[in-house]
Write a protein that binds this ligand. Structure first.
Ligand code: GRF
Length: 204
C-alpha cells in the first residue's frame, strides 16, 4: 500500500481530518508518519492519540533549506514514504520546501491553502481576501512545485465572504471546507485517480 507522511508545524486540524478519514472512509493509504519541525506542535499529541508515529525534526538553526529537507527525506524513507511509494501532505507546515525535495517527490507532495489560488498566495490569505474586498474565497488543495502556492490545483471549495466577516469568522468557515477537501484529495491520490497534464489535473 501507499505510505503517507504528513508535515505539520502547529495545530494539526487538517492532519487530524486526514487521519480520521483514512480510518472512516477506508482510504487505501497507510498513515506512516507525522513529522513536525516544531517540538511543541499541538498536532503531535493528536497524532499520538490516533496511534500514528511521530517525529520531530527541528528546523531552528538551519540556514540551508536542502540541508534540512534531506533530514525530512531520510525520515520519510525510514517510514516507507519513498519517491516511488509515498505521498507527502503539507498541513500547516510553515516552511518553504527546497526545489530538490520537490523534484525528488515530483507530483507526490500536496498542500492545502486557505484561498482560491491563484488569488491570495502566501501568508494571511484570509486577511488578504478581506482586505481586497473579495466576495468569495475558499481553499485549494494543490500539488507542490518549486514556486509559492503555484502547483497544479487538485480540488477547490468556495466560501462566500459575509459583510460582517472578521479574519476569525472567515478562517473558521474556510477551515471547515479544508477538512472536507484535503481528505478527498488524499483519497483521489491513493486511488490513482489524479493525472497531471501540464498545469492541469484530470480527475477520473
Ligand atoms: C490551514 O488554514 C491551512 O490551510 C494552512 O495552514 C493552516 C493549518 O491549520 N496552510 P492546521 O494546522 O491544519 O489546523
Amino acid at each position: 500500500m501507499l505510505n503517507l507522511g504528513i508535515l505539520i508545524s502547529g495545530r494539526g486540524s487538517n492532519m487530524e481530518s486526514i487521519l480520521k478519514s483514512i480510518k472512516k472512509k477506508k482510504i487505501p493509504i497507510n498513515a506512516a508518519v507525522i513529522i513536525s519541525n516544531k517540538p511543541d506542535a499541538k498536532g503531535l499529541k493528536i497524532a499520538e492519540k490516533l496511534g500514528v508515529s511521530i517525529e520531530v525534526i527541528e528546523s531552528k538553526g538551519f540556514k540551508n533549506r536542502w540541508e534540512y529537507d534531506k533530514k525530512i527525506i531520510s525520515t520519510l524513507i525510514k517510514y516507507g514514504v519513498t519517491p516511488k511509494n509515498g505521498l507527502v501532505c503539507l498541513a500547516g507546515f510553515m516552511r518553504i520546501i527546497s526545489p530538490e525535495f520537490v523534484k525528488k517527490y515530483k507530483n507526490r507532495i500536496i498542500n492545502i491553502h486557505p484561498a482560491l489560488l491563484p488569488s491570495f498566495p502566501g501568508l494571511d490569505s484570509q486577511k488578504q481576501a478581506l482586505d481586497y474586498g473579495a466576495k468569495y474565497s475558499g481553499c485549494t488543495v494543490h500539488f507542490v512545485d518549486a514556486g509559492m502556492d503555484t502547483g497544479p490545483v487538485i480540488i477547490q471549495a468556495i466560501v462566500k465572504v459575509k459583510e460582517n466577516d472578521t479574519v476569525e469568522t472567515l478562517s473558521k468557515r474556510i477551515l471547515k471546507e479544508e477538512h472536507k477537501i484535503y481528505p478527498e484529495a488524499v483519497n483521489l491520490f491513493a486511488r490513482k485517480k489524479i493525472k497531471v497534464v501540464g498545469r492541469r489535473t484530470i480527475i477520473s
